[in-house]
Ligand binder design. Structure first.
Ligand code: ZN
Ligand code: ZN
Length: 147
């Protein structure tokens, strides 16, 4: 089964796609990571219209974060303690997490995550010419971290 861009958006990037949840996890994972017919620019464009809170509630993010936790054996990539927090190294490629998850996302424990967002590192995540939506995503990510 190959998904078109429109199907991809409606399956993974609409909130509360309950009908889709019945598909086995492995099937969803394969589709989200390996779809070839999709227009990635359109996917990114759509994701950037979502609030960060809505983004976190998409099947897209749910599947990718589960995949990453599984890939890294639920271990913090920094200290090897149990880890479940997915950290964005930066948001320059927000909306392309399914392509660049290895490069841009890190599985960490809550302590290391706090350290990553300590004062000295904060400026790093804000730099890099973020556009409005990426900047909002960073701010919301930091709010999630604090909360
Ligand atoms: Zn850690
Ligand atoms: Zn983070």
């Amino acid at each position: 089964m190959e998904l078109t861009t429109e199907e991809y958006i409606s399956f993974f990037l609409s909130i509360n796609q309950n009908s889709w949840i019945i598909a086995p996890f492995e099937v969803r994972l394969t589709l989200i990571l390996n779809s070839k017919k999709i227009d990635n620019d359109k996917i990114t464009e759509h994701i950037k219209t979502l609030s960060y809170k809505d983004f976190l509630n998409t099947d897209y993010w749910n599947i990718i974060s589960k995949h990453i936790r599984h890939e890294y054996n639920y271990k913090c990539q920094i200290c090897k303690a149990p880890g479940y927090v997915i950290h964005h190294k930066d948001y320059n490629r927000h909306g392309q997490e399914h392509i660049y998850w290895k490069e841009d996302l890190l599985l960490v424990c809550p302590d290391c995550h706090k350290n990553l967002h300590s004062q000295s590192n904060k400026s790093k995540e804000y730099s890099g010419g973020l556009n409005g939506n990426s900047r909002t995503a960073v701010i919301n990510h930091l709010a999630v971290v604090k909360g």
